[in-house]
Write a new protein. Structure first.
Length: 406
């Protein structure tokens, strides 16, 4: 009997049950293994970078490197590029004041005649450097002529009285003349001496010298300095109440500044100060605070302060504007760079940082200007490699690359 002709009722029920059980077990095993295989395959695929992500990453790195300035070792050497590991330094806090330069009022003189007279000669001009005792002008004065005539008369009377006394004194010693006559001659001689001294003193008071011309006298410089004002005009009448010249000794000058009420407590006499002027941007002048006024200006709410400093080369001129930086007792940490390390690029203060892949242009915010350099308020941190020399070469390379891109 063939299988096809076999009736299902002829198959034993026990065999059918065994077959069904085996079928269920095989199905469950296959279902439990499938998720594990799928998860494994998914993980393997996720570990492999997608072509799109890989291309995007490479593009980002290329764009970052594009912003950097690339220089070979030879270019760095030829351009004089030097890099410094910037570190914070302790600096004294400073009070920055706008100031004005004035003459040292202890070394300024208003030159005027002691007697009225006509200016017959003017030898000094505005801006002249004069020495002590140097002639500035010559004045012809009637009063001076009278004083000299009186002095000459007094000297003549003195000589006559002296000769008469010497003759009478000799005769008195020889007992030729009486004592009364000797006393009269002696008194006359003493009166002549007094009169001569008085006339000489009067002449000296008027002009300071009694051995010049008849009615003329010379106006001289009281000390070495510069003629900063000249009012003398030849032919005009000079009077004691009107000055002819103003002479200032500019070897020292005063820096006068207004200190606000809130900063007054920080300022003390003797504090070191550094002064700069726009006329000499690369130079600084050292001085000290010599005076702080006790009078408070109720309108401006400020107090006058003075800094005195030496001016040996006469570079500082009266009424020039100045910037004064007064060192205070307190201090702080700051990052300081040489002025040449900070360049203006497209209107922004910029420094150049060396990285692994090239040089980066970094905008920074500047603080106060010190003798050793400029304070960096923000944009840098300690430990970064900053270009301190040769920054102009990097700026030129940066601008060329930007022009090429456009």
């Amino acid at each position: 009997m063939t299988i096809s002709s076999m009736n299902i009722t002829d198959i034993p029920i026990r065999k059918i049950a065994i077959a069904l059980t085996l079928s269920v077990l095989l199905t469950s095993c296959s279902a439990s293994k499938a998720p594990e295989a799928v998860q494994k395959e998914t993980d393997e695929q996720s570990d492999k970078p997608l072509p799109e992500a890989k291309a995007s990453s490479e593009k980002g790195i290329a764009e970052n490197n594009k912003d950097l300035i690339q220089l070979s070792a030879e270019d760095i050497q030829q351009s004089g590029v030097k890099v410094t590991d910037i570190q914070s330094e302790k600096i004294a806090d400073q009070l920055i004041l706008s100031a004005n330069i004035a003459a040292n009022q202890d070394r300024i003189a208003f030159v005027a005649p002691r007697v009225e007279g006509k200016l017959i000669k003017v030898t000094a001009n505005l801006g002249d450097q004069v020495k002590a005792g140097q002639s500035l002008a010559v004045i012809d004065s009637i009063q001076m002529g009278e004083a000299r005539a009186e002095n000459r008369h007094a000297l003549s009377e003195l000589k006559l009285a002296e000769a008469n006394f010497q003759r009478t004194d000799k005769l008195y010693k020889d007992e030729v003349v009486p004592q009364r006559q000797w006393l009269e001659v002696k008194n006359a001689y003493e009166r002549a001496q007094t009169s001569a001294r008085e006339s000489a003193d009067h002449l000296h008071i008027l002009v300071g010298s009694s051995d010049t011309g008849i009615s003329t006298f010379v106006i001289t410089a009281p000390f070495s300095g510069v003629v900063i004002e000249k009012d003398a005009v030849m032919g005009e009448l000079a009077k004691p109440e009107g000055k002819l010249f103003t002479i200032a000794d500019l070897s020292t000058v005063w820096i006068e500044a207004d200190v606000s009420e809130k900063d007054l407590g920080k300022l003390t006499v003797g504090s070191p100060a550094t002064v700069t002027v726009s006329s000499f941007p690369d130079e600084s002048f050292k001085g000290k605070v010599s005076y702080v006024s006790s009078i408070f200006d109720k309108e401006t709410r400020t107090v006058k302060a003075r800094i005195e400093l030496l001016n040996p080369d006469r570079k500082l001129r009266i009424d020039m504007f100045a910037r004064a930086m007064v060192d205070l007792a307190s201090s702080r940490d700051a990052l300081i760079l040489p002025q040449d390390a900070v360049l203006l690029v497209q209107g922004q203060s910029t420094v150049y940082i060396q990285t692994e892949n090239g040089f980066e242009a970094r905008p920074v915010e500047l603080g106060e200007q010190l003798n050793k350099g400029v304070v960096i308020k923000s944009g840098l941190k300690a430990g970064e490699q900053v270009v301190t020399s040769g920054a102009y070469a990097l700026k030129s390379r940066q601008l060329k690359s930007q022009i090429g891109e456009e």
